[in-house]
Design a protein around this ligand. Structure first.
Ligand SMILES: C[S@@+](CC[C@H](N)C(=O)[O-])C[C@H]1O[C@@H](n2cnc3c(N)ncnc32)[C@H](O)[C@@H]1O
Length: 359
């Protein structure tokens, strides 16, 4: 069986270890975070998903066959390869992933060609709610194909990053993408008030406000105030000291321009249902700066934090963060997300005061 997997090249060994725990495999092709593997395990994806991997972001099955496609009749050959195995009825979406291939066609051009040809053959293309996703994956000039029932896919896209880049705008910082993907991955639900630790220049804050939160951002650095003004976001900058919850009635954003370590929380009257933390520091320090802000969290509040892996020993850093959170937060998931392959992203739920006393 052949599979295409999105791994982490920053944590290459950890990624391969996760796969090896499921079954032995051979790497047929690789480019940056993407690998094509061959294994005798027929149920690799289900077993991997059940193992709740941190480093393997996505995996799809491939049809048998690894081919170098000749330039002559290139599109027709690809079309045949991509569509040969798809069931004859049902709505289709087609995706093409091009990784390090030197051909005259872009992935987009290939998708358009195939979509039009499928339609001319009487098939229905549905980009939003197809029955099947068919894909062509080209790695180092080798071509692979596959298809999946759309509903049974692990993740919505074979190559999510490309879609995020096309479909999202990051007016403040590219960092925003990290939180967008974390929300997609962990689905923390809708909340009203969020605390953003290490918020500057404001990418995460921007996404949170767009998602309907009022935000208290803490950072001794500057947020991109002109951009917030441009968007009509009302904000107040507080030089230091606790936030006044009433300020959030007139504003979408309060920026406390202070060091979160010195601030030690926002003052007892203030309650948030989400805390996010992207501070540049070792994970155990980051957690210790975050914990005093628990007084400002409702029980069951959600937490998203990045784990900066300074020396690439991801498991070591993760262990430190997990240890520091014990008794206070329940860790729900940890993932190496595609836009952020050098860090881990941790999602947890605040256990409330009871949790605190048992810590
Ligand atoms: C990676 S940047 C955050 C980017 C931000 N999430 C965004 O989307 O724009 C890390 C930030 O953490 C801030 N930071 C580091 N230590 C801090 C501390 N003790 N208190 C407050 N902010 C801190 C830095 O000033 C820096 O702006």
């Amino acid at each position: 069986m052949l599979y295409f997997a999105v791994t982490s090249n920053s944590f290459r060994k950890s990624s391969l270890d996760e796969l090896n725990k499921i079954s032995r495999f051979k790497i047929l092709d690789e480019f940056l975070t993407s690998i094509v593997i061959e294994s005798e395990e027929r149920d690799f994806i289900r077993k991997l998903r059940e193992a709740n991997p941190v480093f393997i972001y996505n995996m799809v099955p491939l049809n048998d066959g690894r081919e170098k496609i000749a330039e002559e009749n290139y599109l027709e050959t690809l079309y045949k390869k991509a569509t040969d195995a798809i069931p004859e009825t049902g709505k289709i979406k087609l995706e093409c992933v091009d990784l390090n291939c030197k051909t005259s066609y872009s992935a987009k051009e290939i998708e358009i060609y195939m979509g039009e040809k499928l339609e001319s053959e009487g098939r229905t293309i549905d980009l939003k709610k197809p029955d099947y996703l068919a894909y062509i994956i080209m790695v180092n000039n080798h071509c692979y194909s596959g298809f999946l029932e759309y509903e049974k896919m692990w993740k919505p896209f074979v190559e999510p990053e490309r879609h995020y880049h096309q479909n999202s705008k990051y007016p403040i910082s590219r960092s925003e993408l990290k939180l967008i993907q974390a929300f997609d991955e962990f689905a923390p639900g809708n909340g009203k008030i969020a605390i953003d630790l290490g918020a500057a220049p404001g990418g995460w804050t921007n996404f949170l406000i767009r998602s309907g939160y009022k935000v208290v951002a803490v950072d001794n650095g500057l947020l991109d105030y002109p951009k917030f003004e441009e968007k009509g976001i009302r904000f107040k900058v507080v030089p230091s000291g606790p936030a006044n919850p009433e300020d959030l009635e007139q504003n979408e954003l309060i920026h406390i321009k202070a060091n979160a370590r010195e601030l030690q929380g926002l003052g007892a009257d203030f309650k948030a249902d989400l805390i996010v933390n992207d501070m540049n520091m070792a994970p155990e320090d980051s957690v210790s700066v975050l914990l005093p802000f628990s007084i400002n969290l409702c029980e069951g509040a959600k937490m998203v934090m990045t784990i900066k892996c300074i020396n690439r020993k991801a498991e070591f850093h993760l262990h430190k963060a997990e240890k520091a959170l014990v008794g206070r937060f329940k860790i729900i998931s940890v993932r190496c997300l595609p836009s952020n392959r050098q860090e881990l992203t941790l999602y947890a739920i605040y256990l409330g005061n009871t949790g605190q006393t048992t810590a």
